[in-house]
Design a protein around this ligand. Structure first.
Ligand SMILES: Cc1ncc(COP(=O)(O)O)c(C=O)c1O
Length: 400
């Protein structure tokens, strides 16, 4: 049993803050009673602010994979063509699911170092005569690579073709960490999960639904039962659910929404941007390579770091876990052993980042990975300079 807190620095599930843990630690109540109705109405209204939508958001007692399935089965019919982009492991899993559900997948291949390419999407849609593509599916933040896709640009690319395809976006590792705007960016279904930027344990997932997606669901013929939006939307106005909800996770969600709004979403995003930038400075100072190849697509939730040839990322992670009680993300499928991933999202501050990077730097030394031992210093330099700016602004803010 190690003393002190375990450092859970995988890119989700993230560390659950004490406030959320305390909120969850309460008696479970009657999910058909009046107190539950108040809780349900509060979280169903509050969560819209996090998605930046005026429309409905449904909440499933399920992991993110369930919300992927819900997005597809509520909007599409057997044999429909969907356009997907191979940005990494999670985009690949979503594509495989679409195939298993009986959809025809048009794939834009990728190298797992770039986000979905708006130009390639525009070209594919323009080439597809007769509007046969029913949906474009994109992972906003590819958790396996630390690469984001530029959703607003993708929306504009779709609009330029005049193609009516729905836009379905996975924000499982970006919601509550990286700016995301369901309504303003014209997204039709946004998929999210509880265990990352929302700072909750795993077990809740979400679909934010546009009017266009709702209209599509009236004619969609993929079989669905548990995931059916209609039953959810019929019960949700009273704050209730068609089946037993994850009551205690909803207590936690109420608290997490309050925390995000108290800090202010813009400040939350700026904090994630700052920690991501400090992390990249550390990686460069170590002399290692960031997997994400395009600075416009850097993720503020996590950084995937390439190992030098001949060195195994899993061995490095094993040593770091044993010596410093810190978990880092592994390389998934084709990146196995080649990268490790540093999660810097959720309930996370400057000193959590300092500890995390210190653990990595010491681990590189233990594992005999060639590096310059000044990554932590580079990160601290960035954090301190930013804090100095914030401190200088503080009196002005106080008197403003
Ligand atoms: C981007 C992304 N999509 C989908 C999933 C799958 O979600 P879950 O494992 O909660 O089912 C994950 C999980 O990490 C993810 O990061």
């Amino acid at each position: 049993m190690a003393a002190g807190r375990h450092f859970l620095q995988i890119p989700g599930p993230t560390n659950v803050p004490d406030r959320v843990l305390r909120a969850i630690d309460r008696p479970t109540i009657d999910h058909r009673g009046p107190e539950f109705g108040r809780l349900g109405r509060e979280v169903l209204a509050g969560i819209r602010q996090i998605f930046k939508t005026a429309g409905p958001v449904v909440i499933y007692p399920a992991s993110g994979t369930g919300a992927w399935e819900a997005a597809l089965v509520n909007t599409l019919s057997p044999g429909d063509r969907v356009l997907m982009c191979e940005t990494g492991h999670f985009a690949t899993l979503w594509r495989e699911m679409a195939g298993r559900l009986g959809l025809e997948v048009d794939l834009i291949p990728g190298d797992w170092r770039h986000g979905a390419d708006p130009d390639a999407i525009e070209t594919r849609l323009a080439e597809a005569r007769g509007h046969v593509i029913k949906a474009v599916c994109v992972v906003h933040n590819e958790t396996s690579t630390g690469v984001t896709s530029r959703i607003a640009e993708i929306r504009r690319a779709i609009d330029r073709t005049g193609h009516p395809a729905l836009l379905l976006v996975d924000t499982i590792s970006s919601l509550g960490s990286i700016d995301y705007q369901h309504d303003a960016w014209g997204v039709d279904v946004t998929v999210a999960g509880s265990q990352k930027g929302l700072m909750l344990p795993p077990g809740l997932s979400f679909n934010a639904i546009s009017d266009k997606a709702l209209a599509a669901s009236a004619n969609a013929r993929l079989p669905r039962s548990y995931w059916d939006w209609q039953a959810m939307l019929a019960h949700n106005p009273g704050g209730y659910f068609p089946y037993t909800p994850a009551t205690n996770l909803l207590y936690g969600l109420r608290e997490a929404i309050a925390m995000l709004l108290e800090e202010g979403l813009d400040q939350v995003f700026a904090r994630h941007d700052r920690h991501a930038e400090a992390t990249r400075r550390a990686v460069r100072a170590w002399g290692l390579e960031i997997l994400c190849a395009d600075p416009r697509e850097y993720s503020s939730s996590l950084t995937a770091v390439l190992m030098p040839p001949g060195h195994d990322a899993d061995e490095l992670r094993r040593l770091i876990l044993e010596a410093f009680d810190m978990s880092l993300g592994s390389g998934l499928t084709k990146l196995r052993g080649k990268v490790f991933r540093i999660g810097h999202l959720g309930d996370f501050n400057d000193l959590t980042l300092a500890g995390t990077l210190a653990g990595v730097e010491m681990g590189l030394r233990l594992a005999g990975v060639p590096h310059q031992a000044n990554g932590v210093a580079a990160a601290l330099d960035h954090l301190a300079s930013q804090a100095q700016g914030a401190a200088a602004d503080a009196p002005r803010r106080a008197t403003a």
